[in-house]
Design a binder for this molecule. Sequence first.
Ligand SMILES: [Fe+2]
Length: 230
Amino acid sequence: MFRSTIIGVAALCVATQAVAQVAIAPFSLPPLPYAAAALEPAIDARTMAIHHDKHHQAYVDALNKAVATSPALQGQSLDALVAKAGTLPAVVRDNAGGHWNHSFFWKTMAPPTQKMQPSPALAAAIDAQFGSLAAFKTAFKEAGTKRFGSGWVWLLVKSDGALAIASTPNQDNPLMDVAEVKGTPILGNDVWEHAYYLEYQNRRAAYLDGWWQVVDWKTVSDRYAATRAR
Ligand SMILES: [Fe+2]
C-alpha cells in the first residue's frame, strides 16, 4: 500500500513535469532548443527568429508587466496562472497563455532529419481513437484550418485517458479553466499567421501539412507516457 502510494506520487510528479511550467515571475524567454534554421524547409529561419525573439518575447514582457502591477498574482507559477485564466484579466490570460503555449511549442518540434515516429503505445492509442495515424493527421489539419482567426490546435489526453483533438482561440489552451475540451496537451500547433505567413502566406493548410516533418514524436510520446503513468 505504502509502496504503491509512493509510486503513484512519483508517477504524478513525472506526468506533471512533462508539461509543467513552474517558474514564477519575472518570467524569461527560454532559448530555442535548436538553431532558427534547423526546421527548414518546413519552417523558415526568419519566421522562427521573429516568432521566438519578437512574438514570444512580447508575451513574456507583457506578462511580467501585468504581474508586476498586480500583487495578488506575484509568486504564482505559470501553470497556476494558466489553470485559472478565466478568472484573470484578459492581459494576463492572453500573455500567460502565450508564454506557456510557445514554450511548449518549441519543444514539440525537432529538425526534420530525425524522422521520428510515435511510440508503440502512442501509435496504438492514436489508432484506437482515430483509426490510423493518417486519419489523425487529417482530423488535426481540419481542426487547424477551421480555427477562425488566431489560435492553436492540440492533441491532448483527457482526464479519462482518452486522446482528443481540440482547437482553442487566441492563446488559450486545454489546461485553462475556460477550455471547451480540457486535458493535458501532448502536441500543439500554432495557427496564428505569425507562425507561417512569410513562407506560406494565406496557405494555412499547406503549413499544417509541412509541419508534420518537424514534429518531435519522441517528446510527444514521452509526454503521453508520463500522462498515462498518473
Ligand atoms: Fe505564435
